[in-house]
Design a protein around this ligand. Structure first.
Ligand SMILES: Nc1ncnc2c1ncn2[C@@H]1O[C@H](COP(=O)(O)OP(=O)(O)O)[C@@H](O)[C@H]1O
Ligand SMILES: [Mg+2]
Length: 398
């Protein structure tokens, strides 16, 4: 199949369309635009004066055309309102409803994910980066909470009932991760399980909010001052703001040769969340469940590495035992004083170290994942991201 990247290497209908359409809206000659591919169907176009814009072909819009959740309509309405309210999102400059193209202000050259993966080559990240992520994300949620008419535009699968079902699966996957980490320590397993069940219930009892269904660190673009800008509002869902924040603020580094999990939500971010009226304990809880789902994904892939799903995960996350060690370290670091979260984090830290001691020569702890909790299709991937784009894909090139 011919890729966009290769078709753009030579004059094609797509190239001509893109140049002509963007040039007409930017006051530049089509041939003068410099085009760089940012992703599948996403391009950065630079005008002769160096100022860039971003064009995107909404490839899946065709599936939603004419519905209340039409991708292009939702992106236009939501971005328009967020931008008018001063939220950190790109301005939508134009859309072509015939061809499903949209043109955006270019808000930066790197993503939170890429920034975190290349942190060693930057000056130390300002503490404020995590706090900025929190403030930006909370601002979006506050504005969208006022837009009651948008509730009718939630995409199928994004309803509150679907969230409950996804959460049940996430909880089961987290239980499966504890089965795996703590198999040799039944008492610790029971204690961790009791803490986890309360954590899951407390999260479920909190009210979900309307927001983007596509929340991950690649959908946060950083400008030169490291101000975050949130992108991708074509699909709306109900979800917990804490869950969105945890996933916007965790770099997965999928596809990077030495990719690793990096937490951008430092102490300053957690304090900023409290100052915005959020409950840092819920943030803590969502972080725990999210990371345990990462453990579940890896454990399952290590135990059945030949399945297509495992292959995709291992290709993206590369070094599963290093990844498990990173998850163990992130889980082991307390986020709040909450007794349940602290005790669960401590149990995983202590016993996880024992499991890791068996790596990397052994194929993993010499025991199957107990039960069927995470052996069938589960919501674990969905938990890692509800994104329509696969979270295990190649890194963004921006
Ligand atoms: N407005 C924008 N400004 C700067 N970079 C952008 C913008 N929109 C998208 N990008 C870059 O392009 C990448 C892919 O765009 P995105 O809309 O996230 O597409 P996808 O649906 O493939 O995830 C983003 O991760 C980001 O690096
Ligand atoms: Mg994206």
């Amino acid at each position: 199949m011919t890729s966009y990247a290769s078709t753009l290497a030579e004059p094609t209908a797509l190239d001509s369309y893109l140049r002509g359409w963007v040039a007409a809206r930017c006051g530049a000659a089509p041939a003068a635009l410099q085009i760089r591919t940012l992703g599948v169907g996403v391009w950065r176009l630079e005008r002769p004066d160096g100022s860039p814009v971003v064009a995107k072909h909404h490839l899946f819009r065709a599936l939603t055309r004419g519905t209340a959740w039409d991708h292009l309509d939702v992106e236009s309405v939501v971005l328009g309102r967020l931008h008018a309210s001063g939220c950190p999102v790109p301005e939508l400059l134009a859309v072509d409803p015939e061809t499903d193209f949209a043109l955006y202000e270019c808000v930066g050259q790197t993503t939170a994910d890429a920034y975190a993966q290349t942190a060693a080559s930057h000056p130390p990240a300002p503490d404020a980066l995590g706090a900025r992520l929190v403030r930006g994300c909370q601002h979006l949620h506050a504005v969208l909470a006022q837009q009651r008419d948008l509730e009718a535009r939630v995409a199928p699968g994004g309803e509150a009932a679907a969230l409950r079902a996804a959460w049940t699966e996430a909880a089961a996957a987290a239980e499966g991760a504890l089965d795996w980490w703590l198999a040799a320590a039944p008492r610790a397993r029971r204690a961790a399980g009791a803490a986890l069940r309360r954590i899951v219930a407390a999260c479920a009892a909190a009210p979900p909010l309307l927001g983007s269904a596509d929340y991950n660190a690649r959908n946060v673009v950083l400008d030169e001052q490291l101000q975050p800008h949130f992108i991708e509002f074509a699909t709306l869902s109900w979800d917990w703001p804490e869950r969105r924040l945890v996933q916007y603020g965790t770099s997965l580094g999928a596809g990077w040769p030495e990719g690793r999990f990096v937490n951008l939500l430092d102490e300053s971010a957690r304090q900023a969340f409290a100052r915005c009226g959020g409950d840092p304990v819920l943030l803590d809880y969502h972080h725990v469940v999210f990371l345990l789902n990462g453990v579940a994904l890896l454990a399952r892939a290590l135990q059945a590495p030949a399945t297509p799903r495992a292959r995709a995960l291992l290709a993206a996350w590369k070094h599963p035992w290093q990844r498990l060690a990173q998850l163990c370290a992130l889980l082991g670091e307390p986020w709040s004083d909450d007794a349940r979260a602290c005790s669960l984090r401590r149990l995983v830290r202590e016993h996880g170290a024992r499991v890791l001691a068996a790596a990397p020569d052994s194929p993993g702890p010499d025991r199957p994942l107990r039960g069927s909790r995470i052996s069938g299709p589960s919501g674990a991937e969905a938990l890692v991201s509800r994104s329509s784009a696969p979270v295990v894909g190649p890194p963004a090139t921006a």
